[in-house]
Design a protein around this ligand. Sequence first.
Ligand code: HT7
Ligand code: ZN
Length: 872
Amino acid sequence: EHTIFLKDYAPSPYRIVAVDLDFDIFDKVTIARAQLSIEPEAETPPGTPLVLDGDGLSLSSVAIDGAPLMQSAYASDANSLTIVEPPQRRFVLETEVHLDPAANTKLMGLYRSNGVWCTQCEPEGFRRITYYLDRPDCLAVFKVTLTADAKLAPVLLSNGNLVRAGDAGDGRHFAVWQDLHPKPAYLFAMVAGDLGSITDSFTTASGKKVDLAIYCEHGKESQCDWAMDSLKRSMAWDERRFGREYDLDIFNIVAVSDFNFGAMENKGLNIFNDRLVFAQPESATDANYAGIERVIAHEYFHNWTGNRITCRDWFQLCLKEGLTVYRDQEFSSDERSRPVQRIHNVQGLRSAQFPEDSGPLAHAPRPDHYKEINNFYTTTVYEKGAEIVRMLATLLGETAFRKGMDFYFERHDGEATTIEAFLAVFADSSGMDLDQFKTWYLQAGTPQVSVRDAYDAENQTYTLELDQLTAATPGQLEKSALVIPIRFGLIGPNGSPMGWSSVSGAEVRDDMIVLREDSAVLRFEGVANRPVPSLFREFSAPVQVHADRSQDDLLFLAQHDSDPFNRWEALQDVSSALLIDAVDGKRWDDKALDGLRQAALQTLDSDTLDDAFKALALEIPDASVLGQKIGKDIDPARIHSTRKDFIAALFGPVVGTLETAYEALTSNKPYAPDAAQAGQRALRNQLLKLIVGAGGDDALAVQQYSEAGNMTDRFAALTIVGTEWTHDAAGLLADFHTRFATHDPLVLDKWLMISARADDDGVIERMQAILADPAFPKNNPNRLRSLVGSFVLSNPVQFTRADGAGFRFVTGFVADVDARNPQVAARVLTGFRIWPILEPKRREAAKAALADLQQSASLSRNTADILGRMLA
Ligand code: HT7
Ligand code: ZN
């Protein structure tokens, strides 16, 4: 298979300056005519062929400046069009292709979703619509004409502003859209269909009125209000926090039901997976509301970080994605609780990015080669990319970071640029040398930081020894030291912060140690008492910390640390240590459990902590995080059962207290998705989980399921009963299916998720029956991922069954789906990334299933690439 290398990047010899697209849309065929205004770059030698990308296209006609081309003047196949000797001046290339959107199950390019024509072009979908220089550094202005039957498609949308619309005869109508912001083709979009909508407006800081609309399937309009509210808050936030105003007169969002990802930031016309638009209390959970708010913000923020300033090539994906995730995280922190937000983000990083970074698919946030770019929309590019931007902000401080961002927008507006250029604006605006910092973008793997400390009472000296090490990753055996910002504090015996008279051994700025070497020994002088260190406050770097701390010190931190993140972390560390020892055969002692139980109850009782934080503090680390910490020869079933015993032992003696707290949180206020109410529900549902986990009786959960006035509480109860597969589970799932899921596909997804998560041996058979049902929508990514994606990621016990049945179920599914939608297949397959750390029997079973899949005759490039790296 062909590998693309960053070192081979070269600018195109030709430039497309303007695009005029004409779509004639009919029920069975769409005719796409393109007029591309093209000119050679100044240094292009005469006679240099022009090679345009295509993917599965069939060319009907080709002309230059109005004259059809002779056969000898061009060469074409499904995947490219070459003009042998283009004019050495500006010219217009005209092509016509015929498309069959209904047959496009890959959902890349132009396809039909639920009758609606829509597009997805990032990263390489535009070449499935017309022959083009489909690369992000080719920026052009677009004019788009859409013509369709007025009844089938009363709504005709594309990027930019509507310039004209009218009757086209024969019951057809047309609309002309113009986008004067030069953009790469991956940001092109069009939509045609019979859609409902809600409208609103936003007035920017400089007084410009922007018309806002959200389009959706008829009947779902009232479910779009939360998304609209989130959009307006995002627009206001980007002005306040980053000084960024919206730049067109119109901003449209369209919700579609078949979509490979979450959403897409096409200029002025965002297209969304409908699960990230629709919300109403009876079918969406608090987590769904928060997810909608976040993704609406994310796509909107791309208008500046991604669209106005885009990527030179796809190796730079992190430039727009890491930065935009950082921005959406900051938005959510400002709109909701910052500590709670931070903990959620770190939980996500640890449960998805850390395993990726230590497994066979590890890659640098800015990779230097790829076979299939679609496989690089990863948690490393997105979430680790956001952590890198966050470290940059931490190292620079808020003011210098904002100054650098302003400079970035000023210097690179309208460009397709690189990570180097991004770092240069901060180096230039602050004077800080960022050469070593760049390594974060180039190096794969989670750094392991070891900490040892000692206190010398006689000399009042405190010593802190820090080492960093990044293990080898595929294709990257040598690693260099990274710049690691460690936000910290020393805490005195009464819980107050401690000072020191001087410190040596590494750079220390205010509350931050900057570790640059492989190791450092810091000596703090004038330290009056033995301190308890609080390190990596707010999780200031994406590293794994190894510090052999006593349970007493951790519980002390859980109570006294001024940093809420580390208070939460300390409790997690206590549980993890006890659980990991227990998995290893060393059962916890009662005293240790008493200490933890007391700390948990104290947290629950606190008057100062908010409910959402308490809910997180009471969480017991999940099986995949524990597996990751153990790191080798893991048996997920054993981890799972140890964890169950641990919860029973920890909370069994205080079930009554938990029940009282649960009752006290019962509320009959009408549902609102705000952070305070959501926090209260989160805590109450956390308590319910612990009560059932501790006592084994699911009656309270069944009761909550029946009485719930909103989906958050109903789904929480169903999740508890369904994943524990208690005796009521089958009945409750059947009830949920009949009463709530049959008429709402997004609720059906919730049923599918829980159906996949039961840890009993019957789960695979039940999933097979679901997939075999002729009524199951087998081409819809949401449905497929809700079932099989949840199984792979959230059912470690059954997925990694020692007899290999879980692995074979998934590889069988991948082989089947791959023929229709390679992106969905390849993504589900990445769930196998944990196979090298499994215990030998499971490891062999996983490897055998993967090897069998590799024998399949014709795997897509997406799936073959993942499989090749998985087995390398
Ligand atoms: N920029 C988008 C990434 C994307 C995508 C979206 C939908 C379908 C296929 C896709 N491939 C890549 C989404 C984002 O990060 O905002
Ligand atoms: Zn994005």
